[in-house]
Write a protein that binds this ligand. Structure first.
Ligand code: ZN
Ligand code: ZN
Ligand code: FE
Length: 738
């Protein structure tokens, strides 16, 4: 061992207490030298005897929020330092990632509820290991002036902690105290201050059945008593949210277990520092919270404000739903809250720490994501190799954007559906912010093939402005590529893309394809037998039309008017289908679920995308496992035809048995289809993606069916399987093709 070492550490090592950790470790081992942040991460100069132990402990004892990608060690000349110091950051090109928001840590919680502590009940308590990061940071380097704590200069006590390497708030950029930090305020519906302790007064309102807008990390929540059916109904009515499920926050796992079957996996997710909403099987029904669904979304407190509320009222179950009226982006500003939530909230629990970056709650189920946002963004997804700098702009629904830097891909928080001006504005903000915090100049822009998406138009303009190529990536190619990218698979795969209606490479409406994907190339090996969409887009909102379409395909179009006698459009739909007017065909898998929901009488119309399929899944789950209908499908030249199954379901009296049978048969058919392609192509890996993979009955059955055929199934884990993962796939395809 030489007498001195120069050590470079890369990964997530800034803003996570890494330098003080190094400082303490060096002091522990009696080493001399220095540590500093620079553009590439952290650099250390260490001299002394215990250098071996130093390197080992650097990796094994690293702070909880850090992630070390590499430790590169070089022998160095002895510089003869008298002590170990933390020296000033050196600027230059930024190449480290900023941290993600995390729940208040145990040490801070202990202080929060310790009457002797100077931060007793301080709603903004935080340290180097916890608290807001991504949502308060404008740009790198991650220093207080770049965060929304900039207007709150540290008081003498906080300054002392901030500059003491032995203190756990050394360089905690968002630290503050009651003397120098932001303050809470409770306002009534008219914006007038409500007297008294804001937490106590908020609880009083909530218990009285009022709806309170509460400022969270990445945006406002609308909160109300989840056990008060009247209040929940009022919230639905005011928010015009019809039937979308609400998430519920409870104090702890024990309380969560009253409402849902939590289990070991659920416990770990609920208690994780990221604090996502976790979908769990319901134990009891909270009226109006998640109507008709088998699952409920639960989460535990994440911020000091939430901990204070639940500390004082541990029995509480609070609806905590995103405050995003009319499907527009989440409300983040105080004035904006008062304006946009007028008529919805009875009161506003506000504070003066600005939310810099809008970020919804993440939603998880088991090992997968349904929505990836707060707590996980902006963590990188490791790619199998470096690619050029790509900006991928995602699709239309559940939009996210992705930026690559070397062998890392950074996928933004869930932006949402780009169907309104505000969402499009948020999309553009997100692109700008992500590029800024990563300091990336894109060399390529990747987008969906659909010319009318806001994201596609933005990509074209962005590329033209900078004189860089814009590459269109077919929707399903991107879905499958996203799965390959996160699993580091370079070999060719069979891709099962099971989705809503998307634009295919041939200009027709796709939605259920079997693909061969290898890097930047994609071949359509087969597709589901197309069904007509009577009325076009409206068929996606009205499952009964898809049921009518299935009847028509079975040669039983004459039954449509009778079966849907109370649908005024039934005769028109019959005519449309008979004459092939305004009834474009689609191979969409999602529309099959709609057709079944329509046939079984589960749902005639849906109030949000995927609702009929979710209800069908809930019914099937309650029924329990079913055997597939053995002659429920046909395969011909790559086309998978499920009409025999539909013929059976059409006369099925028991909706829940029918739902279970449909899931089982569809999965068996898909596995059969994939196995036949595996036989032909010699490819044994199947990647499956698309919105339908969120259906756990289908996913579970597909998993076991493919395994039984000796095929390996790759699924989305780091990102949702739906369009939330599209941008990663676009980036990977464009990056590899270049
Ligand atoms: Zn902490
Ligand atoms: Zn202070
Ligand atoms: Fe999709």
């Amino acid at each position: 061992m030489p007498e001195a070492l120069r050590i470079r550490v890369t990964g997530v090592v800034q803003g996570v207490g890494f330098r003080p950790f190094v400082w303490r470790l060096a002091h522990d081992l009696g080493l001399k030298g220095w540590v500093k942040n620079d553009a590439a991460g952290v650099e250390i100069h260490a001299e002394g005897k215990a250098l071996d132990g130093f390197i080992a402990r650097l990796e094994s004892e690293a702070p909880p929020l850090s992630r070390i990608d590499a430790v590169v060690v070089h022998a160095a000349a002895h510089e003869g330092h008298a002590g170990f110091a933390i020296v000033e950051s050196t600027g230059g090109r930024v190449s480290t990632a900023i941290g993600h928001d995390t729940a208040t840590c145990a040490a801070c919680l202990a202080e929060l509820f310790d009457p002797a502590n100077r931060r007793y009940r301080h709603p903004f308590i935080t340290c180097t290991h916890c608290g807001p990061r991504y949502t308060v940071t404008r740009r790198l380097p991650y220093d207080r002036p770049q965060t929304s704590l900039a207007p709150f200069p540290l008081c003498a006590d906080c300054q002392r902690e901030y500059t003491d390497p032995a203190d756990r708030r050394f360089h905690a950029e968002t630290t503050c105290c009651p003397n120098c930090g932001p303050h809470l305020q409770l306002l009534d519906a008219a914006g007038r201050p409500i007297a008294g302790d804001p937490i106590a007064a908020t609880l009083e309102l909530l218990r009285a059945g009022r709806i309170v807008a509460i400022k969270g990390l990445g945006g406002f929540h609308l909160a109300c008593d989840a056990t008060n059916a009247e209040t929940v109904a009022a919230l639905r009515a005011r928010k015009a949210r019809e039937e979308k499920p609400f998430a519920v926050m409870v104090a702890d796992v024990e309380t969560a277990s009253r409402y849902a079957k939590v289990g070991a996996g659920g416990t770990a997710l609920l208690q994780s520092a990221e604090r996502p909403i976790v979908l769990l099987e319901k134990r009891i029904e909270l009226p109006g919270v998640a109507p008709g669904l088998a699952e409920i979304g639960l989460m535990l407190p994440a911020t000091p404000i939430q901990f204070l509320l639940f500390h004082d009222a541990p029995e509480l179950a609070l609806v905590m739903t995103s405050a995003n009226p009319h499907g527009e982006p989440l409300v983040t500003g105080n004035d904006e809250a008062l304006a946009r939530l007028a008529g919805i909230a009875d009161a506003f629990l506000l504070h003066d720490r600005e939310i810099v970056v809008r970020c919804d709650d993440s939603v998880r189920r088991g090992s997968g994501f349904i929505r990836r946002a707060r707590g996980y963004v902006p963590r990188a997804i490791k790619l199998p190799h470096a690619v050029p700098a790509v900006l991928a702009v995602g699709g239309w629904f559940k939009n996210t954007v992705c930026v690559t830097r070397g062998d890392e891909a950074f996928v933004s928080q869930h932006v949402g559906d780009l169907d309104n001006a505000a969402a499009c504005g948020f999309f553009e903000e997100t692109v700008a912010h992500l590029l800024a915090i990563l300091d990336v100049e894109p060399e390529i822009v990747a987008h969906d093939l659909h010319p009318d998406f806001h994201s596609t138009r933005f990509a074209a303009a962005f590329a033209a402005q900078r004189g860089i190529p814009a590459i269109g990536v077919q929707h399903h190619h991107a879905h499958i590529a996203a799965v390959c990218a996160e699993h580091g698979v370079m070999a060719p795969v069979l891709g099962l893309a099971l989705d809503g209606v998307v634009l295919g490479a041939d200009g027709t409406a796709w939605g259920g394809e079997l693909l061969r994907v290898e890097g930047a190339t994609c071949e359509r090996l087969g597709h589901l037998r197309p069904l007509a969409l009577p009325g076009g887009d409206v068929a996606a909102r009205e499952p009964w039309r898809m049921a009518a379409s299935a009847l028509h395909a079975l040669g039983r179009g004459d039954e449509i008017a009778r079966r849907f006698a109370d649908e005024p459009a039934a005769p028109t739909v019959t005519q449309m289908l008979a004459r092939g007017l305004n009834s474009p065909p689609t191979s969409s898998a999602g529309r099959l679920f709609d057709a079944v929901a329509g046939l079984l009488g589960v749902r005639r119309r849906q109030s949000f995308e995927g609702q009929a399929a979710m209800l069908l899944e809930g019914l099937g789950a309650r029924h329990g496992e079913a055997a597939p209908l053995s002659d429920g499908w046909r395969m011909q030249e790559g086309v998978l035809d499920l009409l025999p199954l539909f013929a059976y379901l059409e006369d099925c009296e028991d909706a829940s048995a029918g739902a279970a049978l449909f899931h089982a048969t569809f999965a068996a058919a898909l596995a059969d289809w994939a196995a036949a392609a595996a036989e032909r192509t010699g490819i044994r890996i199947v990647a499956a993606a698309g919105g339908c993979l969120l259906n756990r009955l289908l996913a579970a059955a597909l998993r076991s069916r493919l395994a039984a055929r000796g095929l390996q199934l790759l699924e989305a884990r780091a990102l949702p399987p739906n369009d939330g993962g599209l941008s990663l796939g676009q980036a990977w395809v464009a990056g590899r093709g270049a």
